[in-house]
Design a protein around this ligand. Sequence first.
Ligand SMILES: Cc1cc2nc3c(=O)[nH]c(=O)nc-3n(C[C@H](O)[C@H](O)[C@H](O)COP(=O)(O)OP(=O)(O)OC[C@H]3O[C@@H](n4cnc5c(N)ncnc54)[C@H](O)[C@@H]3O)c2cc1C
Length: 466
Amino acid sequence: MSGKAELSINFLVVGGGIAGLSCAIALRRVGHHVVVLEQYSDSDISKMSHGGIRLPPNVSKVLFHWGLERALRKVSLTSSAMEIEIYETGEFIGTHHWKEEVLRVTGGDFLFLHHAGLRQVLYDAAIAAGAEVLAGTTVVSVNGDGPRVTLSTGETLLADVIVGADGRSSIVQQAIVGNDVLDAAPYQSLFYNTTVPGALMRADPELAPFFEQPVETMFIWLGNNRSAVAFRIGGKDEFALHLWVPPRQKGLSDDDCWGGGLDLKEMRRQLGECEPRLLKMTKLAATPSRVQVKKVPPIKDWVDKHGRMVIIGEAAHPLPAGSLQGGAMAVEDAAVFARLFSHLRDREQISTFLHAFQDLREDRCASVVHTEHCNLYFQMMPAGPQQEQRDQEMRAKTAQGESVFGGGEASEQWEQLKELWGYDAEDEADDWWVKWGLLRERAKQRSLDMEAEMNIARLSCLGMRS
Ligand SMILES: Cc1cc2nc3c(=O)[nH]c(=O)nc-3n(C[C@H](O)[C@H](O)[C@H](O)COP(=O)(O)OP(=O)(O)OC[C@H]3O[C@@H](n4cnc5c(N)ncnc54)[C@H](O)[C@@H]3O)c2cc1C
């Protein structure tokens, strides 16, 4: 049910990150004109990517469907397992293997890559599809009345729709909601993001085994208010290292920025008590970046009062930093959004489609954000009876030769995974169109027909009288 929109309109996308570039690709696929405004230059933005990103099957399948499978495979590795250890001691707790049939049913693969690699694949695809990406262009204000954006140069640009894909501290979100939602929320922990050179790890007998796994594996360390995740990334000889720790001591400013480079010593100081391999990895790591982990209440309005401006990606539903589904939700948003606008034939539909986008996405995103917070809590559970029970249950499963997370086809986990990974973003938009969009169109057509009949009747009455 794809195809080009009958009416092509102009979109201005604020932000050339994962959501913005995905949106540009998806909108070009259905025939709209797209200009992306990105504040950083191309060379700056690739230097600002400090780590790896995980793409679960629900997103890889969308990108494959857009024809990006070859490009993605070149810069990624396909994972099918995870291994759990205890953060403080390094004790091996167990493993979990994604069954082939699970991945087959979900229709995608689990990919590990560098954030810069993913952005480059999306950037190249957006340009090839005919989108214009204006790097080094900072938007300083937006207005749904127009709708228009003002750049730092003072220039004003007009469009039919403005899409705010400008991340966690979004000015489009602030224009819609009236305040900075992220800034107002307290943070519970800090996320450090870095990579470790593969050659250095292989040269160390304690770290070399990370490269000798029979299948690509994600390593998860469960700690007392701390956690780490590490995985090999494709396209580069590097290991990604994600670290979640408590905030630094009072008085120190934990200002956050995905792109900001930090002193490695700061990250090491934050490690706390940890097993020797993790300590070694952080000693060999590249410059990290630091981001605050926040629980932001769901944002009520994604669309402005004029029905011409909308937020997507992290601007609409901020996830805890380093989430598995962070990039995935951004790409799913883009897929649903563009699929709705593939049905555009009249400007009057714009506002309906923007509100339909929010209706279609807000529950799914809220549920994924909630799951990601629960996962993080599971990984960083404070020491105590609940944590002991968690570890004992996993140890018992391992002793019986089972996977730590179960995952047979009859299990609860399988049902949850089917829902999470089996979601098809474009099918959701098509369903909405068939159930509601077409109905609305027909109702509108019927009322137009009735109005026309009334006019004819009125005219013929007048004719009879004269
Ligand atoms: C530089 C950078 C590096 C990252 N590295 C990682 C990583 O290694 N691992 C990981 O899991 N996640 C990383 N992330 C986060 C990840 O991209 C997001 O969590 C997720 O993919 C959703 O993306 P998004 O496009 O909604 O937001 P973002 O990825 O935050 O993208 C928003 C974009 O909007 C641009 N922007 C913001 N304000 C303006 C403005 N006023 N005018 C013009 N442009 C503007 C930003 O420069 C940015 O490029 C990184 C994000 C950034 C920005």
